[in-house]
Design a protein around this ligand. Structure first.
Ligand code: FES
Length: 131
């Protein structure tokens, strides 16, 4: 009887580990979101003048210059892909210290390229963003 228990347990363990491995592999190989497949609608009035509306779940920030110009920037650092943080002066990367202004332009390296501009359109006071 004890031999049957050992055999059953060994069988279940040998079955469970590969299934867990397949589940992990499936999660790693399937994209959670296809870029360009989601559209956001943001009321322009939600973007503070001279400031930014940060949408961390969507990886973008909407900035508005003092003159009212709207920009939608990716929060992904162009150096090695860390998520930048919004500050009063612009955006700062916590990984290696790159700094970007409110338009996404590099102020301090090591990043060489500006933050990516995200496609958007404005319609009747609503900003439509494709992420
Ligand atoms: S990943 Fe941002 S500075 Fe290196």
């Amino acid at each position: 009887m004890a031999g049957n228990t050992q055999t059953r347990r060994a069988f279940l363990v040998s079955l469970t580990l590969p299934l867990l491995g397949l589940a992990g592999l499936w999660r790693f190989l399937t994209p959670t979101r296809v870029p360009g497949s989601r559209r956001l609608s943001v009321p322009v009035s939600d973007v503070p003048p001279g400031g930014a509306l940060v949408l961390p779940e969507d990886g973008v920030a909407v900035t508005r210059s003092a003159g009212g110009e709207l920009n939608v920037l990716s929060l992904t650092c162009t150096h090695l892909g860390c998520r930048v943080n919004a500050t009063e002066a612009g955006f700062v990367c916590p990984c290696h210290g790159s700094r970007f202004d409110h338009l996404g332009r590099v102020q301090q390296g090591p990043a060489q390229a500006p933050l990516r501009q995200v496609a958007h359109a404005q319609d009747a006071g609503v900003l439509r963003i494709t992420v």
